[in-house]
Design a protein around this ligand. Structure first.
Ligand code: NAP
Ligand code: GLV
Length: 310
C-alpha cells in the first residue's frame, strides 16, 4: 500500500488519482487537507510551499515535486534528513522544453522580430542570411533539460556551448563550468538560454553584469525561473542594444501584473509559464514507476541534493 497525500492549488487531484491508480496497484490517494491518519502518509505529491506541513506528517518517506523545479517547496534544508526530495524527470517535460528553446533560437536566428516589424510597416527588405553554424547558443544549466536542448540544437548545426557547476564533457557542445568559466562562456554566446534551477547562487544571475559580457546584439531566453532575471537590467540592455530581444516565460510573481512594463515591450516575447508544462498522464507514470521501483528496493530517479538546492 502506498499512501500518497496530494497538495496543489493548480493541479486536478481527480485526474492524478485516476492516472496514478493505473500504475500503483495499492494506492491510497488523499487530497490535502483531508489527510486522514497523518501517521499513515508516506509520500507527498506537491506543487507549492511546504510550510509546516511535514511537522504533522511523521512518516513521510519522500516528497515528489509535480514539476522539475523544487524551489517552490521553500527551504530544503529544513526538511528532515530521512526524507528524499524528488524532482520530476519526464521525457515529455524535457521534449516540451527543448521545443520552446529551439522555437526561440530559430525566431532569433531567422530575425522574426525584425521581419514582423517590417511587415507591420509594409517594408520589403532582405537581410543577409546567417548559417546556424555561425550562431553560438549558450545554455546555462546542462542538466536534464539543458542537455537535451543542447543535443537537439547541435543536430541543427548550431554552435552550442553549455555552462554547469561541475566540469563535464559532451560531444554535442563545449562545456564551461563554475564561476571561473562564466565569463569565457558569456563572451562566446550570441543567444543565451537560462535553464538553471533557482538557488541562492543563481538568484539574479541574469543581470547587467552578465549581459555586459555578451557580444553586443545578443538575445536572451529565460525559461527557468523569474527570480533569475533582474527585470530593470533586461529593460536597460534592450534599450541600449546590448540585447536585441528576449523570450521570457517565467516571472517572480505569476500571474504578471497588468501594469508590468514587459507587456508593452515589443522586444520581449512573453509566455505565461508554459515553456513546458507537466503532463499528468506521462508524469503520473514516471512518479508511479519511481515509487514502485523504490518499494522494490531500487533507486529513486531525480533525487535532489538539499544542500545544493537542486
Ligand atoms: P537539473 O537536471 O537539476 O539541472 C540543473 C543544471 O544546472 C545542472 O547542469 C547544474 O550543474 C546546473 N547548475 C546548477 N547550479 C549551478 C551554478 N551555480 N552554476 C552553474 N551551473 C549550475 O534541472 P532540470 O531538470 O534541467 O531543470 C532546470 C530548471 O528548469 C528547473 O529547476 C526549473 O526551475 C526550470 N523549469 C522550467 C519550466 C517552464 O515551463 N518554464 C519547466 C520545467 C523546468 P551540474 O550539472 O554541474 O550539477
Ligand atoms: C515548471 O516550472 C517546472 O518546474 O516543472
Amino acid at each position: 500500500m502506498a499512501v500518497v497525500l496530494f497538495k496543489s492549488q493548480t493541479d486536478d487531484p481527480t485526474l492524478w488519482n485516476t492516472e496514478l491508480s493505473r500504475y500503483l496497484v495499492h494506492l491510497d490517494f488523499r487530497v490535502w487537507p483531508a489527510v486522514g491518519d497523518p501517521q499513515e502518509v508516506e509520500y507527498l505529491l506537491i506543487w507549492g510551499e511546504l510550510g509546516d506541513l511535514l511537522e504533522t506528517l511523521p512518516n513521510v518517506k519522500a516528497i515528489l515535486s509535480l514539476g522539475a523545479g523544487v524551489d517552490h517547496l521553500g527551504d530544503l534544508n529544513k526538511i528532515r534528513n530521512n526524507i528524499s526530495v524528488i524532482r520530476l524527470v519526464d521525457d515529455d517535460l524535457t521534449r516540451g522544453m527543448s521545443e520552446y528553446v529551439i522555437f526561440n533560437v530559430l525566431r532569433f536566428h531567422r530575425l522574426d522580430q525584425l521581419y514582423r516589424e517590417q511587415q507591420s510597416q509594409r517594408i520589403w527588405q532582405e537581410h543577409p542570411p546567417v548559417a546556424s553554424s555561425e550562431i553560438r547558443v549558450g545554455i546555462m544549466g546542462l542538466g536534464i533539460l539543458g542537455k537535451d536542448a543542447a543535443k537537439k540544437l547541435s543536430s541543427l548545426d548550431y554552435n552550442v556551448l553549455g555552462w554547469s557547476r561541475e566540469p563535464k564533457s559532451f560531444d554535442f557542445c563545449s562545456v564551461f563550468h563554475g564561476k571561473e568559466g562564466f565569463n569565457d562562456f558569456l563572451e562566446q554566446t550570441n543567444i543565451l538560454i537560462c535553464l538553471l534551477p533557482l538557488t541562492a547562487e543563481t538568484d539574479g544571475i541574469l543581470c547587467a553584469k552578465t549581459f555586459s559580457k555578451l557580444p553586443v546584439n545578443s538575445y536572451l531566453v529565460n525559461a527557468a525561473r523569474g527570480q533569475h532575471l533582474i527585470n530593470a537590467d533586461l529593460l536597460d540592455a534592450l534599450s541600449s542594444g546590448q540585447l536585441l530581444g528576449a523570450a521570457i516565460d517565467v516571472f517572480p510573481e505569476e500571474p504578471l501584473s497588468t501594469s508590468h512594463p514587459f507587456w508593452g515591450n515589443t522586444k520581449i516575447m512573453m509566455t505565461p509559464h508554459v515553456a513546458s508544462k507537466t503532463n499528468y498522464k506521462t508524469a503520473a507514470k514516471c512518479i508511479a514507476r519511481n515509487i514502485n521501483n523504490w518499494e522494490r528496493g531500487g533507486n529513486l530517479e531525480g533525487v535532489v541534493n538539499s544542500s545544493r538546492g537542486y
